[in-house]
Design a protein. Sequence first.
Lengths: 112, 113
Amino acid sequence: GENVEQHPSTLSVQEGDSAVIKCTYSDSASNYFPWYKQELGKGPQLIIDIRSNVGEKKDQRIAVTLNKTAKHFSLHITETQPEDSAVYFCAAIRNQGGKLIFGQGTELSVKP
Amino acid sequence: DAMVIQNPRYQVTQFGKPVTLSCSQTLNHNVMYWYQQKSSQAPKLLFHYYDKDFNNEADTPDNFQSRRPNTSFCFLDIRSPGLGDAAMYLCATSRDEGNQPQHFGDGTRLSIL
């Protein structure tokens, strides 16, 4: 069945460093890849997304890259801040008849 | 301003006592979803509505049901909650099905006594 693998499961960085989270998907028909940030006690918040016709997208300190051939996509956070600490989920979905398939989540900790 | 609103934020019920969770949206989206999220896990889709069309996931227990009386509101009914149903329940919306952004509420944390 459809699957999204996410690594690492935990990531600890110093404030100001970069953080990278990687995901691999199995369904070659997937064409939309959102990233969610979930803080403790809150719902997932959409922070950035990318469609399959684009290789890279950037929004201030956050960027996402997509390699369709390898079925990999990654989240890059630069100049990390303590408020970036949260659980991050990648996800993938196809257009027709699909449901959002989540990765297992990455708990990011940014130390001051 | 919150666009997907879930009430209550915390709900405690007794084993076997029916409970209803509610979700409302101000986005006028066609699709509303209910997810179950247990500790340290990703959200798991229970079912969704496209307008008034109900779509159940194959592995959603019969104990879970849903109602969508209008575009703005959707309810999750748990008929006879068991201890294993303690979780965070998340509501989400999207404009259409498929590859559209889903917007989540902050969830209802359900505890079973």
